[in-house]
Structure formats: C-alpha cells, structure tokens
Ligand binder design. Structure first.
Ligand code: ADP
Ligand code: MG
Length: 331
C-alpha cells in the first residue's frame, strides 16, 4: 500500500524535487506539527499531476529507446530504499542497523551508500576521502558493483566524495535513471536484502534508488514532523511508478528519535498513524546517544552495545520488515 492510497495526491512541486542541497522549504526544520497538509481535497476531483516543461522531473520518464527491465524473480534480493529528503532523520542509522539486524537473523545483506556525504561508509569504519573506487564509478563508469563492495559487519558498497558529481555526470547519459538498477543485476541473486541509503534530496541519485527498489522505507523524525515532505516524496515516487518502476511503493514509515516523555513526540506519532495507518511500524526508535556513539567506533549499535535497548529496537524493526515481506508473499 502506497502513501497515495491514504493521502490524496497533491500537485507535484518539481522545484522542490530539484533541490539537491537540502535548502528547500521542506528541508527547513519545522518545530511544530503545522506542516500537516490541509484538508484533503475530494479524491474524485483530484486532477492528475501536471508536469512543467523544463522541470528536472520532466526528464525522469525519458529513458528513450530503452527496453523495459526484465521481470524480477522471487529468488532475487529484496531491494529496500531508505529515503526522506530531510537530512538528520536517521536514514543512514536505519540502513546500517536494520542491515546488521537482518544479518543476525541469517540473511545475506548488502548495504549501499548512495549519499556523497559517505556517512554509511564512515559508519563502517572507512574513510570516503581515501576510497579509490566507489558507487560513483559504478553508476558513471559502469564498474561492476562487486568491485566496490567491502565486507565489514555486512557487505557494503561504498561512497566517496566524488559521488557528489554523479548527478551531473549521469544527467547527460541515456538511461540515467536506471544506472543503479542495471548495476544491481550482478548481485541481485547473491543477497536476500539490498538496503540503499540515499542523500537528503529527491534528485537523480534518489530516483536511481527508487527505480531499482522493490519498496521504500521512510524514516521520520518524531520531533520535526513534515507531512508535506512526505507528500513530496510520494509525488516523486508516483512519477517513478508511472514511468520507470511500476511496482515501487512506500512499504513502511519508521518513527525515529522518539522521546515518549514528551507530549510533542506522542502527538507526532498520533498524526503519523492518523495519516498513514498501518504503514507506520509499531517499533519506535527511541532517542539515545548510543546511535551517535556507535559510528564513531565504525560500528553498528548492534555490535557496539549488543544487549542494549538501541540494538533491540532495530532487531524489532527487522522482524516487522520481515513480517511485512511475508504478508506480501501470501497476498
Ligand atoms: P540521515 O541519514 O537521515 O541524515 P543519520 O542516520 O545520519 O540521519 O542521523 C543523524 C544524526 O542523528 C546522527 O548523528 C545519528 O547518529 C543520530 N541519530 C540517529 N538516530 C538517532 C536516535 N534514535 N537517537 C538519537 N540520535 C540519533
Ligand atoms: Mg545519511
């Protein structure tokens, strides 16, 4: 079930989608819950989103002359993308710790750092500044992804600082939105789960992730809830669905940095559940300094503090994600 089943689709705002630097209105911290969309328009009268000529997103459906991708088989890895165009909502933390939790449960896991900031790479103890080959080379020079995979707690395809130039370098290439999807062909059969960490924008790197994805998980910080930001994300996803990857959906929303002692955080959860119902996972990722301490040691929180509640939270989330996958298989 996608967000669009719950939220009537609003007009896309391509100018926000093109915001590569996290400076758009929805990247601003919103210290209250005022960001909730206004009263839902009559779904029957909601027009299809219009595309503005020249807008960056207009380029998304182009993929001219390309053959549609092969249908994916069941044995292939489940590709889950972690996205939210706001920074600091725990995308990277969730990608790593959920990946390690799935590994603990016996699954083969690859995590991919698609953020030029390289935080995921750093959080496994590597320095993005001194990495020779990275996802940049995979996306732009078609280097096999296996060449940039390192094995730490889980397998990780690393980012380096030059990934910042990938959007520009990709923008002139045919099939620019499918570069990641194509790169994953080599490894889809080797892993059960491939988790992709994305930058805080809805630009070409994130769109590449959406095109390769089976599902999207959206970490949402309970403190600075931006429902408007989620609607934008869903609009981008809807365009990817229409033009590039019909099956991709938001599969879940993870409330992060939750502090149950504050009314504010409890209200944030209520609003999320009111709007998104079952899409909101039951697991609450509570606010704790453990999540910031672990990456400094180049470690997941599951290795850094294996018996603590912070590790347990991601084990609980892993079970919920697996249950969701099972439910879909039987549907
Ligand atoms: P994003 O990838 O969305 O930018 P990060 O995962 O890098 O977000 O998290 C932003 C910062 O918040 C990091 O310093 C991280 O260690 C910290 N953090 C993540 N999750 C939590 C949490 N549940 N409680 C407290 N701090 C957290
Ligand atoms: Mg990050």
């Amino acid at each position: 079930m996608g967000l669009s089943r719950i939220l009537p689709r609003s007009h896309p705002r391509p100018e926000a989608v093109t915001d590569e630097h996290g400076s758009g209105a929805d990247n601003e911290r919103q210290p209250d819950l005022e960001a909730a969309p206004g009263p839902p328009p009559d779904p029957g009268s909601t027009p299809e989103p219009e595309r503005e000529p020249g807008a960056h997103l207009h380029a998304v459906p182009s993929a001219e002359g390309e053959t549609p991708p092969e249908p994916r088989e069941k044995v292939m890895a489940n590709v889950i993308v972690f996205a939210n165009q706001k920074g600091g909502v725990a995308k990277t933390t969730t990608t790593l710790n959920l990946g390690v939790a799935l590994r603990e449960l016996g699954h083969n896991v690859l995590i991919i750092d698609l953020d030029p900031q390289g935080n995921l790479t750093m959080s496994q103890g590597m320095n993005p500044d001194s990495i020779e080959r990275s996802m940049f080379d995979v996306l732009v020079h078609r280097v096999p992804i296996s060449d940039v995979i390192h094995t730490v707690e889980v397998d990780i395809a690393v980012a380096s600082i030059d990934l910042a130039g990938a959007e520009l370098a990709l923008s002139s290439l045919i099939g620019r939105e499918r570069a990641l999807d194509k790169a994953l062909v080599e490894v889809r059969g080797k892993y059960d789960y491939i988790l992709v960490d994305t930058p805080p924008s809805l630009g070409l790197l994130t769109i590449n992730a959406f095109v390769a994805a089976d599902g999207v998980i959206v970490p949402v910080q309970c403190e600075y809830l931006s429902l408007r930001g989620l609607v934008q994300l869903e609009n981008t996803l809807a365009m990817v669905r229409e033009n590039l990857n019909p099956g991709v959906r938001v599969q879940g929303i993870v409330p992060t940095m939750y502090d149950g002692r504050t009314l504010h955080a409890r209200e944030a959860i209520e609003i999320l559940e009111e709007h998104f119902g079952d899409l909101v996972y039951d697991t609450r990722i509570r606010k704790t300094i453990r999540y910031a301490e672990a990456p400094v040691k180049g470690s997941s929180v599951l290795r850094y503090d294996p018996t603590g509640p912070a590790a347990q939270a991601y084990r609980d989330l892993a079970k919920e994600v697996l249950d969701g996958a099972k439910a879909r298989e039987h549907a």
